[in-house]
Design a protein around this ligand. Structure first.
Ligand SMILES: NC(=O)c1ccc[n+]([C@@H]2O[C@H](COP(=O)([O-])OP(=O)(O)OC[C@H]3O[C@@H](n4cnc5c(N)ncnc54)[C@H](O)[C@@H]3O)[C@@H](O)[C@H]2O)c1
Ligand SMILES: O=C(O)C(=O)C[C@@H](O)[C@H](O)[C@H](O)COP(=O)(O)O
Ligand SMILES: [Zn+2]
Length: 359
């Protein structure tokens, strides 16, 4: 067991993100008082992650209902959501009860969404078990499902009652999934905390391992970046958009890949695209783009995509949530930790940036 770090997310409904090893005992304490039934949503493929969670909640006196869902992104559908709403009805989940989501970001997004929509909102506590979900998806109250038209097109903002990052879950995560999570950590470096970049650059190989000397610091730094942003702007009225750095192209790629590419891998490619856009728009020099490519490559993340995919990706990007009417909008950089917006860019600029990341 290590000392737990508590990172408070401010706002109208403040909550804690608890980070540490051997911290599962803190889970019942994250629920608001008065909860009888707890619906634990988890991927069917991860019973070893959900079992201790269910036991901790049962030991605390709750009636626990374990609800398995498909693995990963396959769970973020309206059909799976409908099955869960049905189960909540069968088990009598009321407004004083709770949903707990255990798993990667796909599972925590789904759990947040069904909790937000059931009875117009019951509390949700998230237990992320991937790096990506700990440093990003489980924090901030954004939830959602995919539709045939695109990624995360249906969802709400519901801050969780608490988030528990049990670091002991990470060693079983496949290396490629851990590395995918690093993309969101590195994103935090480019938009807000350059020390993240310095730590990864100092020893990229160590950064790819949960037992690396700086891994916990990287996790906590990225959670703080996210907590600071969402605590100031839950509903993405302005500031929160910076967390979407690299995501405009990333979501288009994920859709083109039928969600078979990891989110973090798509975000890595999307960040190089956003960096190229920033350079071609005269905001940053080639050094920042080179640094982006170098750091992502050093941990094994992709930085290029198929040349012939541009027309389809361009079309998919028209449904990005940051757009306003026909105006495409991007998060770009004016420098490291200096995020900005690019509004209604010329088509030639968008295409020129894509040529730079094409293979
Ligand atoms: N809501 C947000 O703010 C937000 C932020 C970032 C990403 N997301 C979403 O998160 C999702 C990506 O999350 P992800 O990268 O965690 O992927 P994921 O949820 O698909 O999980 C990746 C894989 O790891 C497995 N897994 C989970 N924990 C494990 C463990 N400890 N050991 C072994 N295997 C484990 C899962 O079963 C899955 O197969 C995307 O849907 C993305 O849109 C949401
Ligand atoms: O929390 C946010 O806000 C983000 O943009 C974080 C992203 O890493 C995340 O992938 C998010 O789900 C994207 O949201 P979307 O609104 O573009 O679907
Ligand atoms: Zn993301």
């Amino acid at each position: 067991m290590t000392t737990a770090t508590r990172i408070t997310v401010r706002g109208d409904n403040p909550y804690d993100v608890v980070v540490g090893t051997g911290v599962l005992g803190e889970l019942p304490g994250l629920l608001k008082p008065g909860v009888r039934t707890v619906a634990v949503i988890h991927p069917a493929s991860l019973p070893e992650m959900s079992r201790p969670v269910c036991e901790a909640l049962s030991d605390a006196g709750h009636d626990v209902v374990a609800l398995p869902v498909p693995d990963g992104e396959q769970a973020k559908t309206v059909e799976v959501a409908a099955q869960l709403w049905s189960a909540f009805g069968r088990y009598g989940v009321t407004r004083s009860d709770a949903v707990v989501g255990v798993g990667g970001g796909a599972t925590t997004d789904l759990a947040g969404f069904v909790a937000a929509t059931w009875l117009r909102g019951v509390q949700v506590v998230l237990v992320p078990t991937t790096l990506l979900a700990m440093v990003d998806a489980a924090v901030g109250g954004k939830n959602g499902i995919d539709t045939p038209e695109g990624k995360n097109l249906v969802g709400t903002f519901l801050p969780p009652a608490g988030v528990l990052c049990e670091l002991a879950t990470l060693p079983t995560l496949p290396r490629a999934d851990y590395v995918a999570g690093l993309a969101e950590v590195i994103k935090g470096g480019f938009i807000a905390d350059p020390e993240i970049l310095a730590l990864v650059e100092a020893d990229p190989d160590a950064a790819t391992r949960p037992d690396g000397p700086h891994s916990r610091e990287l996790i906590e730094r990225k959670i703080r970046v996210k907590a600071d942003v969402v605590g100031a702007d839950l509903r993405e009225a302005g500031l929160r958009e910076i967390l979407n750095y690299g995501h405009t192209l990333a979501h288009a790629i994920e859709r083109a890949e039928h969600y078979q590419m990891r989110h973090g891998e798509a975000v890595a490619i999307g960040m190089v695209y956003a960096a190229e856009l920033s350079r071609l728009d005269g905001r940053v020099g080639a050094d920042l783009v080179q640094r982006t490519r170098a750091i992502l490559t050093s941990v094994g993340l992709p930085t290029t995509y198929h040349a012939d995919a541009w027309p389809r990706l361009r079309d998919h990007m028209r449904l990005d949530k940051k757009n306003r009417g026909a105006k495409q909008r991007f998060v770009v950089l004016d420098g490291v930790a200096r995020p900005s917006r690019l509004e209604d860019p010329a088509e030639e600029l968008l295409e020129a940036a894509y040529r730079e990341i094409s293979r």
